[in-house]
Ligand binder design. Structure first.
Ligand code: ADP
Length: 165
């Protein structure tokens, strides 16, 4: 049987415990997951691409034994479906937190499906404990000097502390 490769696209600015939850779940349905970090020029990021990769690389061991070997990290600055094709992925992985995510994600999956019918979308539900987490709020809280240790892996917390100390 051929390898089931999924692609998990996002900004990961920075990677949160919410992203980690989806990544972990996705490894139970895919043999390999490609974390695709978007570097779209139109979206101003707090962390550079290199910093975002560094954080993802450093937190993969938190996923548990034998997991990080099945994760690859790439960048993309074009359409997610194009990135999926070049990664050889058969499906996209997206996390759902609430109805707002669902409405948006249904539009995205519909349009992605029209552009690339061979690439499916798989939705994974956020685990209850990470459901409220968004990278945007993590950035805001960290900027205001708040404690983000409940929302991001330890390595990311350290990176945020260094940035704002
Ligand atoms: P955000 O929306 O937090 O800025 P991204 O653009 O990096 O994050 O999102 C990438 C994917 O991760 C999307 O499918 C998004 O729904 C999902 N995601 C982000 N945070 C969570 C979370 N707390 N729980 C589940 N999925 C999430």
């Amino acid at each position: 049987m051929s390898k089931r490769i999924g692609i998990y696209p996002g900004s990961f600015d920075p990677i949160t415990l919410g992203h980690m939850d989806i990544l972990k779940q996705s490894l139970s349905i895919a043999d390999e997951v490609v974390v695709a970090i978007g570097t779209h020029a139109g979206k101003a990021a707090m962390f550079s691409f290199d910093e975002r990769v560094e954080m993802v690389d450093n937190v993969l061991s938190d996923l548990g034994e034998g997991m990080k070997e099945r994760v690859k990290v790439v960048s993309f600055d074009n359409l997610a479906v194009v990135a999926a094709r070049s990664a050889g992925a058969g499906f996209m992985i997206r996390g759902l937190r609430d109805g707002t995510d669902l409405d948006y994600e249904m539009q995205l999956a519909g349009m992605n499906g029209a552009m690339a019918p061979e690439i499916g979308t798989v939705y994974l539900p956020a685990s209850p404990s990470v459901r409220p987490i968004t990278a945007t709020l993590v950035r805001q809280i960290a900027t205001l000097g708040g404690d983000v240790s409940k929302f991001v892996p330890q390595y990311v917390e350290k990176m945020l502390r260094n940035k704002f100390s």
